[in-house]
Design a protein around this ligand. Structure first.
Ligand code: FAD
Length: 410
């Protein structure tokens, strides 16, 4: 009998998971709580009364995590799927190497439609509870609320969680800024007298930024002093009118309450290779948790592996062996002095991780140009040079001409 799988979320991860599950002959239902597919990339200008999301229980505490002017921080070559690239085709009239968010959304719309996934998506269907039937989740009960407000329950053989992790903001605890913070700081510098960036990427470039008259780099925020000034950990202090947090988001699974699976200091665990909780594997999995990697390609490989495991084409190690691998991963992190909250940050081991996934599903290993391009894109994103995206198009990027040629790109 055909196995049934529920996918929670119809963002990039949920869409590509559904495509891979269908390819493996599984019966798929994708639950999406919003009115459209595309997840993060569906820009929504609305804000709400709880902008900091201080009440995580409030539905949709932050409606959207994109800002109006957002352009991708990775070039098109690194944002498509293996047989559905973003190169060689323009989806919403924005052919730039680093397109705006509408182009990515249109790309995902085309993917959902042309892959046949769209007809499997139930829109305005919010998953409220996912509960195992049987001690190790041999089957799963999924309770969901439809557009009419009615709550229904259905049983599936497996559930893949793809609910994203860009809605519940982290405030105050982690104090540095990442790539989005740099983008936003640059934009603000056009209207602010002074912009002071507290960043864990500041290292050797503290002080005034050469390219700009009104931007300063600092180490992380140490504290707000009694006199109201913000003190940075290198010792300097400034009086600011506005403090803008660009400090990331928490993993949050309000519909899961499972014995032995926790989110602790942003570590979702235990998870084998960031995907399978050993106790409930293979019928419960998570796709899209890794950060600081080539996200679209990573979710595609994760999806292929989950689909192959669920169809029986690939097998997982025993529960004990998976647990041992998780413990080993934690031990390595500790030895390297990496904080728990970075458990799913794949950098700097993205090559090893992606190649490991590729090996599981018989896909080709990562091409060298992709890694070079990713490393260059990350360097550019942190450079505080506003023109890097447009300049990129004029440059010959790390041997990618051959690739562009082979993809028939512009
Ligand atoms: P999401 O896109 O968040 O999708 C999750 C979906 O699950 C949503 O549609 C949500 O409504 C749904 N959902 C949640 N809970 C439920 C529920 N209970 N029931 C039903 N549905 C539910 N990546 C890049 O590759 N390049 C970039 O340049 C880039 N820039 C970014 C800039 C910003 C500001 C942000 C926030 C992210 C950026 N990313 C970028 C990362 C981006 O999030 C990923 O590209 C990708 O969109 C993640 O997809 P996802 O499916 O994992 O999550």
């Amino acid at each position: 009998m055909t196995r049934t799988v529920a996918v929670v979320g119809a963002g990039a991860a949920g869409l590509v998971v559904a495509r891979e599950l269908l390819r493996e002959g599984l019966d798929v239902a994708v639950f999406e709580k919003s009115a459209r597919t595309g997840g993060t990339w569906a820009y929504n200008p609305r804000a709400d009364a709880d902008p900091l999301g201080s009440d995580p229980a409030s539905p949709g505490a932050v409606h959207g995590s994109l800002y109006a002017s957002l352009r991708t921080n990775l070039p098109r070559e690194l944002m498509g799927f293996s047989d559905f690239p973003m190169t060689g085709r323009v989806f919403a009239g924005d052919a730039r190497a680093f397109p705006g968010h509408r182009e990515v959304l249109a790309f995902l719309d085309a993917f959902a439609e042309e892959s046949g996934v769209l007809e499997r998506v139930r829109l305005r269907a919010e998953v409220l509870r996912v509960a195992p039937l049987g001690g190790h989740g041999e089957r799963w009960a999924v309770a969901w609320r439809g557009e009419d407000g009615e709550v229904a329950e259905e049983v599936f053989d497996a559930v893949v969680v793809c609910n994203g992790h860009w809605t519940v903001p982290q405030v105050a605890k982690i104090r540095g800024m990442g790539a989005s913070g740099m983008d936003i700081a640059l934009e603000i510098s056009h209207v602010a007298k002074e912009v002071h960036i507290a960043s864990r990427y500041s290292e050797d470039r503290l002080g005034k930024v050469e390219l700009h008259n009104n931007i300063w780099m600092h180490r992380e925020v140490d504290c707000i002093q009694d006199d109201g000034k913000i003190r940075f950990s290198e010792g300097s202090a400034v009086a600011a009118d506005i403090i803008l947090y660009c400090t990331g988001y928490y993993y949050h699974f309000p519909f899961l309450d499972l014995d032995g699976l926790t989110v602790d200091d942003n570590r979702v665990g235990p998870l084998y290779k960031h995907i399978f909780p050993p106790k409930y594997a293979p019928n419960l999995s998570f796709v899209g948790l890794p950060m600081k990697t080539i996200i679209f390609q990573s979710v595609e490989l994760e999806s292929k592996w989950v689909a192959a495991v669920l169809s029986g084409r690939a097998t997982l190690p025993s529960e004990e062996d998976m647990m041992a691998a998780v413990r080993e991963h934690y031990r390595h992190m500790e030895e390297a002095g990496r904080p728990k909250r970075h458990t799913h940050v794949i950098l700097p081991n993205w090559e090893e991780h992606m190649n490991w996934l590729a090996d599981q599903v018989g896909e080709p290993r990562l091409e060298a140009w992709r890694l070079e391009m990713l490393e260059k894109a990350v360097r550019c994103a942190l450079s505080l040079d506003e023109r890097y995206r447009d300049r990129w198009e004029q440059e010959d990027n790390s041997g990618t001409s051959a690739l562009k040629h082979s993809l028939g790109s512009k």
